[in-house]
Design a protein. Sequence first.
Length: 270
Amino acid sequence: MKDILTAPFMVEMIRTTENMYAHGWDERNGGNISLRLDTAELGEYLDTGAVLRELPTGFAAPELEDAYFLVTGTGKYFKNVRYAPEVNLGIVRLTEGGAVAQLLWGFTDGGAFTSEFPAHMMSHVARLSIDPHSRVVMHCHPANLLAMTYVHTLDEREFTRTLWQMCTECIVVFPDGVNVLPWMLCGTNEIGEATAEKMRTSRLVVWSQHGIYGAGRDLDETFGLIETAEKAAEIYMKIAHLPRVNTITDAQLHLLEKRFGVQARAGYLD
């Protein structure tokens, strides 16, 4: 077997957690990531028949039967992942219709997957129904998006339009817009189900007064989605109290659609 710490998926996961912490998105043990792994690639680094222990998940996801995930651990600090990945990360396989996660590697201190695991897996199911190449769900606490939920209407069309108007690239990066949930208790199946439903129409779901969920085909894409939305929210928070003299108009947003071959979410532009 090859050294699993040299696997491209492991190297990129470690780099991503480090970058997210450096951006200030994942204070203390805040935030979590799950990456769906390719079975053949994983087999080069790990004996997938060797189960270390079994962890109940508390939910059902038959669509993910026998799927493998690299996932961050509960109570783990992103800043420590690079120094002890085998403690702070784990590789699991879902069995029994998603009710059980078999631990194959990691969590060597006796830990377990993130408390947001249900929300992650439900979001994976939702995104896979839209895009069979979707592999990543990422949750974090970007300060400006979080602040925006205190001062901006939570109407999804208006929230999205505000972000699109802040940066020229926004409609190109997330033409499907941003969905928004009101405050809900985290770590529950209820917020997982609500997030998954929102994931059917957008790859970005804001949790009001909490953070954001992003989904994508790889770690770079998902990180970039959140990074772009957060940059737009930062600009908004800097100018929200000032009279707006200029803006990006709907006509200009339509020009960006044509130039970059994207389609804005139906009904979001005039």
